[in-house]
Design a protein around this ligand. Structure first.
Ligand code: PGA
Length: 255
């Protein structure tokens, strides 16, 4: 299967930005700009914006993602939100294992896998993030490290589960730094990820998997990144907060 047959997905990761009223304003500006998109469009919003985002995107082509979920359905886990809670709110996707969660909130390969399995079991689709640090890239262990993260994240998942999984390759050194990976660097690692999935689940499953690149993707560099065979979309931080820029990226992925 070639790229043209895979589903292109552009997902915004708003991170900890936008109050509910600000979210309303952003979504209001965004909806008309992406209404004719030829790819899947997702906005990953803070928990407090979910209600507004779901309500405003109803009947539109924009889907809502949360930025995390716990692996238990309920219980004594202060500050956490569960998959059934998100599902009932009308959330469709959840971003998991973002490097900021791994770096600042002690998320591990094991907890990412547990959270992802809980999300899938509750009918949520997942965007699972992986990516190496600058030290790891310079030490020449990028492939080994990123593929190890992929294997760990997919532990105990079936080929059927993979239909609801997107993997986002986000080199940590490119996130929020304005330092984008070159299209060759990004595509190379996305290719390694696809090979890893093929080894475990077979070529058909790997060929159907959407793999995004993330890390300072913007309105200017999106065309060349998205033109690469193994890059099926983007996970967009900073540029997702600007509807005009985000819609240019959506348009690039729609070609
Ligand atoms: P950035 O963030 O586009 O601002 O680099 C990407 C991400 O962290 O998902």
């Amino acid at each position: 299967m070639n790229k043209a047959k895979r589903n292109a997905v552009i997902a915004g990761n708003w991170k900890m930005n936008k109050t509910a009223s600000e979210a309303r304003e952003l979504i209001d500006g965004l909806l008309p700009l992406v209404k004719d998109a030829g790819c899947t469009v997702i906005i990953g919003v803070p928990f407090t914006d979910i209600h507004v985002a779901v309500e405003m995107t109803k009947g539109s082509n924009v889907h809502v993602a949360a930025q995390n979920c716990h692996f238990e359905a309920s219980g004594a886990f202060t500050g956490e939100v569960s998959a059934p809670m998100l599902k009932e709110e009308g959330v469709e996707y959840v971003i998991l294992g973002h490097s900021e969660r791994r770096q600042y909130f002690a998320e591990t390969d094991e907890t990412v896998n547990k959270r992802a399995r809980a999300a899938l079991a509750n009918g949520l689709k997942t965007i699972i993030c992986v990516g190496e640090s600058l030290d790891q890239r310079e030490a020449g262990v990028t492939k080994e490290f990123v593929c190890g993260q992929v294997v760990a994240a997919l532990e105990e998942m079936t080929a059927e589960d993979l239909k609801n999984v997107i993997i986002a390759y986000e080199p940590i050194w490119a996130i929020g730094t304005g330092k984008t990976a070159t299209k060759e660097q990004a595509a190379e690692v996305c290719g390694f990820i696809r090979e890893t999935v093929a080894e475990k689940y077979g070529q058909d499953v790997a060929d159907a998997l959407t793999i995004q690149y993330g890390g300072s993707m913007n309105a200017k560099n999106c065309d060349e990144l998205l033109s690469m065979e193994d890059i099926d979309g983007g996970l967009i931080g900073g540029a997702s907060l600007k509807p005009a820029d985000f819609s240019v990226i959506v348009e690039a992925a729609s070609k």
